[in-house]
Design a binder for this molecule. Sequence first.
Ligand code: ADP
Length: 614
Amino acid sequence: MTALDLINGLTQAIFVLIFLLVFVRTLRHTTPAHIDMSLFFGILAFVVAESRISGFLGVTPPVWFTDVLVALIVALPYVLLRLVDDFTRVPVLLKRGAELFLIILVAAYAYDSLVTPPVDPPIILAVVAYLAGLFFYCGAAFIAASRKAEGVTRRRMQGISLGTILFGLDILMSGIGGVMPEPDKTFLTATGQILGLASGVAFYLGFAPPSFLRRAWQAPELRNFLARAAELPRLPDTLDIVRELERGAAGATGSNARVALWDEDTKVLRMWREGGEAVEVMPGRFIAGRAFELQRTVFTTDPSKEDPADAESYRRSRAGAVMSTPITAGGRRLGVLSLFAERPPIFAQSDMELAQLLADQAAVILESRALIDHAARMKAQEEAMRLKEDFVSAAAHDLKTPLTTVVAQAEFLERKALRDPSSPADLQGLQRIVREGKRLAALVTDLLDAARLEQGRLTAEREPVDLGTLVSEVVARQQPAAHATDVDVRGAVVGVYDRRRIEQLVENLVENAKKYSPEATPVQVTVWQQDGEARVSVRDHGIGIPPTDLPKIFERFSRASNVDDRRFHGMGLGLYICRGIVEEHGGRIWAESEIGKGSTFHVALPLQDGRRLN
Ligand code: ADP
């Protein structure tokens, strides 16, 4: 036996093996693609078997039988073209043209061989050109399809395209060799045989890859997916998680993937289209809903037939085959993972295991996400409770001090009046009641404002306001005082604001500047326009704010560590409200300060109506 005989034998064995594998699969899943695969490799296996048997028996088959064999071989690329059509799309004109040529060539060949033998070389060459041409076209079509595919499908398509092109070359070599004189004939035939073996191996890897190879091809994508899995539950949005799951599942299976999540409240499955638009699916509807209802994987190679009511949807999303697997964690039904592809043969039965693995992984991720959400909700609730408690205790504490003074003073005056009704009114005592009463009223106002701010409705109607005039008025109202307050207005600064709230803002800042500064130190208020914004600054020469407290002073109930309740009354709401007013106007507020030297509070407000959209 020569080396070429060995190659020939091996090639033939591979083609027969592929036929058997594909045929068994066709019996299990009779899809058009499986039938075409069986036909293609069936013809090859038949030709092989015929040559082996006639060689073994030492008989030459009759001419008509050889013609039938030739016709079958000439039909090979046409069957392959149908297979291309099963995987991707082939123009109708090309299909019809290939059929027509097939008939003409077979008829010409049969006529020549039966009526005017031997067959003329031009006819042989025409047959070879037809075969090779179609094989090359199919090879190119498979390459184009592999580009569009991912993962294992891509590898399989690459195998098939390589096999097809090598097979085309084999036919070209052997065909030309057949009409050549020696020694070219032997050389070309031998090359053809080697190419034939290579194409057999490539076809085997593409059409019937052993499961270990499929797993190996899936492994990188699967590993990528699992590596990302740990981070997924922490993604900000559930939709981000869904998209990542879909991307991972699509990569690992070489198909498209859609995740639908079960909404326990509304009892619907929700999935998201490419653009983010949510689609709700009732359990039982679509293949996904059916898998969810049955709680098992549903695989169909003809979704339109299986679920005619939704045929249009499958057509639109080019789902020629769908595999849906429920995502379930410990009996909790979380959703469905659907894998779909335009053409059925991309899925093998073994993909079901992979789909299950991916769905299990998705379940773990979604469960972790639910736990994280739950923990965050609990934390937020605790935080809200704590804030409420803080709020109540701070408010109670701050209201109690002036209230005690008011009540005690009033009781004292009452007793005095009862004892001696004709005595003159105690002016000082009454003034104390008025002062503390006002403080109380101011505290209550602050508390109400803080509550309004929480609801984002602190500011109301806006009107054009000249900030320079407004600031001057506010400062004049507070004069005379222990501090000289200087106002520097640099030109007209007019914006559209809620006048009352801007007044409150300036009042607060100026009052703080005085409150936290030694007597007789000046306060400087400046109003100007800069970079298209209105600017107000309030500068004092007071106690300053420790750098560590500076970032926190605009928060609710926040007071710096260098102020104590006995020296400086306060609840820590003033700046919080100031920030609320500024931000609702679309502006910014910040402070600069040096401990012991003083502080400057800056406000920047838009000149146009900068209303924040809530
Ligand atoms: P309150 O004055 O009622 O404490 P604010 O919200 O107005 O509340 O101020 C928060 C904290 O910021 C104050 O307690 C104080 O520590 C600090 N602060 C505000 N303005 C000044 C200022 N001009 N100089 C120094 N510290 C200030």
